[in-house]
Design a protein around this ligand. Structure first.
Ligand code: AMP
Length: 414
């Protein structure tokens, strides 16, 4: 059998893992600044958790979930998104007693989509949620937070914020009815995939990427005309605040998001440099979701960003290595060498050795790893009870006793 990873999955290493670690450090730093608490939930849940909140007719539930029957006849699903499990965790662990609850998480999600650039079957997401407030300030805060994180990670990229409002449940159901009516009269010009959604999920026709669908959607009913006075005010407050904070945005009446639980504010950050999978981050309000999952009737809002897509746009930051490479010319010096290793570990000095008693090979490796120093042990060093330290950048060479090494390296590497 050919040894390979499963289609749509990928191994993360080298430059990509460096980027992933940078992303999670910056996310955690920003989360701390804004007092969001981290939650890690299991990667699988009972299947029934997802169907209703995401929508029985959503693409995710219809065809993308990895579900299986466990040996004791329990139906389980690898989490396809993080909001629902996070709310489940907040309810299960009584975290909703002290509101608002501000939580975040980072981890893998699973969707059986057609793999392509920026789209995988196992991918990693960052998620932020605020549970327990209707205040538009929470919406603005979360948009601001995502804007800050993306700016810090991708200072060079041009990323556009799109916003829209879906109104409340009544607005949405009136709107859907009218959309169905409209698309039904234009059904001959729609793509086959969209025709199948006319009755089940007409909102998704609005964000179809098919050219004919886009054309038809241009003259479709617009949600703004259906918003209640309250929903209009909420949306206007957000637009005013974003202007005040000088965050550029585009109003996009076709922005509907894929899942059923959204209402009022929805937003996405997009980049033209990502090809067809151009959404880096998406989020919105889900005021009925917590109740639907069996919790109290409190509102919520959140967003999710794809780590792989962010990494695709990031420049690789070459690590400034202050690595010290070790070179031992003969295995008769191993005791002396171990003594050096103990000293370096105790003094928190990062070192590397290639397990070869060969000076030339050690220099080749040191070069490959861009090490800044080499500590050499040969006959002279062993007999004289000192160590030779070579600065690989300047070429300078010094003979030091063990206890002098730490000061010397700390002095020179700053
Ligand atoms: P969603 O939960 O669909 O709103 O997705 C939120 C973000 O997760 C998207 O904007 C993407 O950055 C990322 N994402 C969603 N699906 C995938 C996927 N199949 N592969 C990679 N990233 C994804």
């Amino acid at each position: 059998m050919e040894l390979r990873s499963v289609r749509g999955t990928h191994d993360i290493f080298g430059e990509e893992i460096d980027k992933f670690n940078r992303i999670s450090n910056i996310v955690s730093k920003n989360a701390n600044l804004k007092n969001f608490k981290e939650i890690q939930t299991p990667i699988f849940e009972f299947s029934e958790l997802f169907a209703k909140p995401l929508g029985e007719q959503s693409d995710v539930v219809l065809k993308e979930m990895y579900s299986f029957e466990d040996r004791n006849n329990e139906f389980l699903t690898l989490r396809p998104e993080y909001t629902t499990p996070m709310i489940r965790a907040a309810i299960s662990n009584n975290l909703l007693n002290d509101l608002p609850l501000k939580i975040f998480g980072i981890g893998p999600m699973f969707r059986r989509e057609r793999p392509q650039k920026g789209r995988y079957r196992q991918f990693n997401q960052i998620n932020f949620e605020i549970l327990g407030t209707k205040d538009f300030i929470a919406d603005v805060e979360l948009i601001l937070l995502s804007n800050n994180i993306l700016k810090e990670l991708l200072p060079q990229s041009e990323i556009k914020l799109h916003i829209n409002s879906l109104g409340d449940k009544k607005t949405l159901s009136d709107f859907k009815k009218n959309l169905t009516k409209y698309f039904n009269t234009h059904k001959k010009k729609l793509s086959e995939e969209s025709v199948n959604k006319i009755y089940t999920n007409p909102l998704r026709i609005l964000d179809s990427k098919n050219i004919e669908d886009i054309e038809i959607s241009k003259s479709s009913p617009k949600i703004y005309e259906y918003l209640t006075a309250e929903a209009k005010k909420h949306y206007e407050d957000i637009r005013r605040s974003l202007n005040l904070l000088e965050i550029n945005f585009e109003e996009n009446s076709n922005l509907v998001r894929g899942l059923d639980y959204y209402c009022n504010t929805v937003f996405e950050f997009k980049s033209d440099d990502l090809g067809s999978q151009d959404t880096l981050l998406g989020g919105g309000r889900y005021d009925g979701l917590i109740k639907l999952l069996g919790g109290p009737d409190i509102p919520g809002i959140g967003w999710a960003a794809g780590i792989e897509r962010i990494a695709l746009l990031m420049d690789h930051e070459k690590k400034t290595n202050s690595i010290v490479h070790l070179a031992v010319t003969n295995d008769k010096f191993t005791d002396y060498f171990l003594y050096l290793q103990k000293y370096l570990s105790e003094n928190k000095i990062s070192y590397y050795w290639n397990y070869k008693y060969n000076l030339k090979k050690s220099f080749t490796k040191a070069n490959l790893y861009s090490a800044s120093y080499m500590i050499i042990i040969g006959d002279n060093e062993f007999n004289g009870k000192f160590f030779t330290i070579k600065n690989l950048i300047t070429g300078e060479q010094k003979e030091l006793e063990l206890h002098q090494i730490s000061n010397y390296l700390n002095d020179k590497s700053r």
